[in-house]
Design a protein around this ligand. Sequence first.
Ligand code: BGC
Ligand code: CA
Length: 402
Amino acid sequence: MKSFKKVAIIIFTLTFGLSIFSCKENKSTMLNQNKPLIFYNRQPSDPVTGKLDFSAVSWNNRTYYLGTDSQNGGVTQGQMILDFLQNSNGEDIDRNGDGIIGYVLLIGDEGHTDSKARTEGVRKALDTWNNSTKPNIKKEGTVNVGGKTYKTVELAAKSMTGADGSTWNAAAARESMKIWTNSFGKSIDLVISNNDEMALACIASENFPKGLPVFGFDANASVEKAITSGLMTGTVTQNTDSQALALLFLVRNMCDGFLDSAVYTQGFSHGDKYGNKISTPFVYYNDSRSLLVSNTAINKDNWNEYMQNAHNSQISKVQSSRVKLLLSVYNSNNDFLNQNFIPSINYYAPLLNIDVTIIYGDGQNESSCLSKFTNLDYYDAYAINLVKTNNAHLYTNKLNEK
Ligand code: BGC
Ligand code: CA
């Protein structure tokens, strides 16, 4: 009995001691430049050409980009608008009865991959695509409305940049919509926006023609009333809740010692050892080291279903050691991040035993985030939401310092 107790104590001490030792060792010897780094929502790329910044996403073998499948998002938004038109009565839509469907387009950020893909998807659907996502490059086309062919004209498109230089700016959207309402009057039949925040600003603009179909993107909590009451016709969810969970899974997996495909399959295509698994499919692209999720169109008929599945209730608490994650948000005023992404991060992080420290920027200058990107040795992993998509090196330089 006595010797059994002794053996048990030795085994216990060994196991317990060893696990603490290996955990400590990992942390003290792991340089910041070898730690997991996730870029999310704003893909490292050239803001003008859109070319991927591969050096950023391949900075170390624990670096990835996590976001929405931009192309699929644009196609989803375009198809949603086409479906709406096909199921409508042309006489209701064509407000001035001239046989033309006129629309205005609110562009979030000319250099942002999501924004560009939505502009492209909408123009392709409405047959106004002229091989460019630039505001003024377009052509006239045709579309089917309720079984009849109508001409399509993009009356105006503009990048919504605020006076302070911030992109996806709602105040700029409100002001532009007011100007368009005054100048185009009844020629405007549709309002199409790269995101919900700008779409809502249009609805709230001066003299906004009541009943005009408005399409946004993101399915933010703040559009619930507009969608369910019909003030806003449709939006698209980029399955943000799953994106947040995916970001945390990537971090968790890498901090648990997984590498390569195990990082983005464990908890994704198959459950982890706790049976935790994301319900939305993600696709991994090796050439851009990115993990992307698809998008789903939302309108008043499926809004409730979408809300009911706000979080994945099947995710259970993991037993792995605590991980400290430093996460940046490029703009403290962004609805999509504040209403969608961050609440999901806050929901799942405790379940995955991840302590998240969030730093917020002003949406204009990288320095607003970089000045808070400090005390880096303390963290086990980093998640970056770039203010300018070509600034990834400013973060990796800091991580390389030691
Ligand atoms: C969202 C926008 C948001 C932007 C921020 C996009 O994916 O749809 O609403 O403003 O990301 O980077
Ligand atoms: Ca018309």
